[in-house]
Design a protein around this ligand. Structure first.
Ligand SMILES: [Zn+2]
Length: 288
């Protein structure tokens, strides 16, 4: 959280609310999240700057600032980061890490109960120095994301399919939740190697990415939650370990893929290579 459906929803809302506003002050409540890539003091650099606009880039929320030199805040909310836009005089919220106090008294607050997110203050030409911000892959909801493009990207991969889907430099963009959902919809095991997938599986996965991300964006836009709410009740496998798969009834399991957890249905997403499962017959033979 948040992933693309949430960021695509909140970025235009915050852009409409904050574009043209002047920042009176930056208040850093928890310096752990802040990374300053330009010389100088962050508070002094931001005070008096006007906000040019807010947008999503990969899994970052970008706050573009006017002034010389032009600067931007690139906020990567990771697991638990949330944004709120608070009225003047409203009480402090728990886990607030950073606040932009605006000329009209409102505050854009970044909260992060896990302190895993990062807020970078940088010059736009420094994006390459921030992981996941410099190079952003093909927009999976654009016409450019056609099957030949996806197939060409997949043909270059030697890694496990979940890692391919998480690579923001290849695909813009899926995080853990929507990668799991797309793999489930396509019937592809998260540990499968990309090169093991035949064209039919790649075609299913391509369509599943478009469908899961597109439908989630549409659902969030339709239900209009508060901007700090995580609307995920429509997900089929993510964070549903032990629950019944809505497609087949089998119990959903969780496995690890290079440090990422992956929720999947063992019946809808069979693992043809048997990874992650102990074959007791073979184990017994090996043990003599
Ligand atoms: Zn299933």
């Amino acid at each position: 959280m948040p992933e693309r459906p949430e960021l695509d929803y909140i970025a235009p809302i915050l852009d409409a609310a904050l574009r043209g506003q002047v920042i009176d002050a930056l208040v850093v409540d928890d310096p752990v999240v802040l990374r300053v890539a330009v010389p100088g003091d962050a508070r002094a650099l931001l005070a008096g700057r006007r906000i040019r606009g807010l947008s999503r880039r990969g899994h970052f929320l970008l706050v573009a600032l006017e002034g010389d030199p032009p600067l931007e805040l690139a906020i990567h909310p990771m697991l638990a980061g949330r944004f709120t836009l608070d009225a003047p005089g409203s009480g402090g919220t728990r886990a607030t890490c950073l606040r932009l106090c605006l000329g009209d008294g409102r505050e854009l607050r970044y909260r992060d109960s896990k302190q895993m997110g990062k807020v970078y203050l940088l010059h736009p030409n420094q994006r390459e120095s921030v992981p996941g911000l410099g190079q952003v892959g093909v927009d999976v909801l654009s016409p450019a994301f056609d099957f030949p493009t996806f197939q060409a990207l997949a043909n270059k991969r030697r890694d496990q399919v979940k890692l391919f889907l998480l690579d923001k430099g290849a695909l813009d963009s899926l995080g853990n939740a929507y990668a799991d959902e797309a793999l489930h919809a396509a019937g592809v095991h998260p540990k499968a190697r990309v090169r093991e997938l035949d064209e039919a599986a790649l075609r299913r996965l391509h369509q599943a990415i478009i469908d899961t991300v597109g439908q989630a964006c549409a659902e969030v836009a339709r239900r209009k939650p508060p901007i700090d709410e995580k609307l995920r009740d429509f997900l089929e496998v993510r964070n549903r370990k032990g629950e019944a798969c809505p497609r087949c009834g089998e119990k959903i399991r969780v496995t690890g893929v290079r440090g990422h957890d992956a929720f999947f249905c063992p019946r809808c997403q069979p693992d043809n290579k048997g990874r992650g499962f102990v074959d007791w017959r073979k184990a017994a033979e090996a043990g003599g």
